[in-house]
Design a protein around this ligand. Sequence first.
Ligand SMILES: C[S@@+](CC[C@H](N)C(=O)[O-])C[C@H]1O[C@@H](n2cnc3c(N)ncnc32)[C@H](O)[C@@H]1O
Length: 479
Amino acid sequence: MDELKRKLGIESRTMHNTSKIDEPKAKRLKMLSYAKRRKAREDAARTQNNQYCNGYDFELFSKSSRVYPYLIRGGLYTTIDWKNHEAVKAFNLSLLKRDFNISIDLASGRLVPSVPSRLNYIKWINDLLAISKKVKVTSCHFLENKIDGIDIGTGSSCVYPLLGTSMHKKWHFYATEMDSISLECARKNVLRNPDYKQRIKLIQGSGRNLFKPVFEEYSYLGSKNPVAFTMCNPPYYKSKKEWNLNRQDAFGGHPVEMVTEGGEASFVRKMVEESVIYKDKVVWFTTLLGFKHHLKSIKALLESLSHQHAVTAVKHTTFKQGRTCRWGIAWSFFEGLNEHEAVEVKFKISNRANLNGQAVKDVKKYVHDRIAVFVTSNCCKDYRMKHKVIGGNCIVEISPSNGRGMFNVNVDVDSDSQVSFVLVPMASQNLAPSMDLKAKGSNYKFDFFKIVDNMRSCISQSRRWKRRKLKASKEELLN
Ligand SMILES: C[S@@+](CC[C@H](N)C(=O)[O-])C[C@H]1O[C@@H](n2cnc3c(N)ncnc32)[C@H](O)[C@@H]1O
């Protein structure tokens, strides 16, 4: 039992508690609430790999910080009341001050930005820039000097420009805001932070266009160097009623920030349509989405555009912060964003153990099952699958396609091996690079990205599956 607990990573305090299962009811109830709190803590720390994934270090808030009066001590952890608007506001503003040296205030009743989740989006943008290393403008690389970004609907906090410039010295922001009260407050917030104010420009947004006000006011933008990215946390809801159904009161918000005609779907659709106009001026267009099902429809829209306007890359991600999920979608019309991709899926078959730490009885089936996920799409017939084996003796046979877009994969593993598979588009292998996009009326690159995305989500699914298993075992132990 102890060995099992050690493997599952249950900390000593938990072990101490779980060993007392025969104690009186009151104590057991206490343990239960401990397990609940532990779960909440795990929820809060889940998935996003930001600096807060192990908690918020409430003890590090100084007495002068705004959150100090709201700290709840006692019990096992210091925390705040997450349902209290004032406490949540004070917490996020204090976090900005403590960890980023950013001072802001918010216009009355306007949205409180959740710092960890805003951080996740900034980090994703930075990841996208990392795969833009091959985009060159004339002879120089566009990321070498100043990195321009656009934030649509910056809010009264101006949180993305402030976070972005504080974290990345080369970043400059052009941020729009339609609501005049928020814009005024955003201007004050920029002035409050002299270290970053030179790198943030604020622009009055318009209800009709999203990017036009920026490019009209700063006509030089994107002409020599493309704008590296655009970002947006759009109003998610199409009516006050819909907002009320999903409302998180602790974060506040005003209808002008949260509600837009047609909801986020039509807001982002407009953004996609406008992006075509500025396709040579911006490398990555990105936005957040509050509803997962819109991800699908926006991807479908981008796919439909891919033939007409050569959308060359579409990426998406899930931001999970505590119990809240948001989705990010990014697209580009620039060439050269593909090559850098590690389109690799690795299966480490060490001691024939699978993700769950158990022996794999049928390695062939194990690997095949995982690969099968990627290869059911029709477009696979346009790809070749390459494989690589590191260590051990492993025989992999891949017959390219059976005509229905399926690969037949046979694997025989003798000992510890790491097997990786790479999908390579036939076009870029067999044809000159200039011919690879339009051949056979198909957009190979776009299809390729779809497969890459599938691979990604499959990998994260296996990780999620592993975590779920681990959690289930822990809970079993606790019960
Ligand atoms: C959900 S809030 C996001 C605020 C801030 N970016 C954040 O993440 O906390 C959406 C913001 O977009 C602004 N907005 C809505 N439509 C806009 C438009 N067409 N142009 C500029 N801003 C707009 C709203 O006023 C609101 O401040």
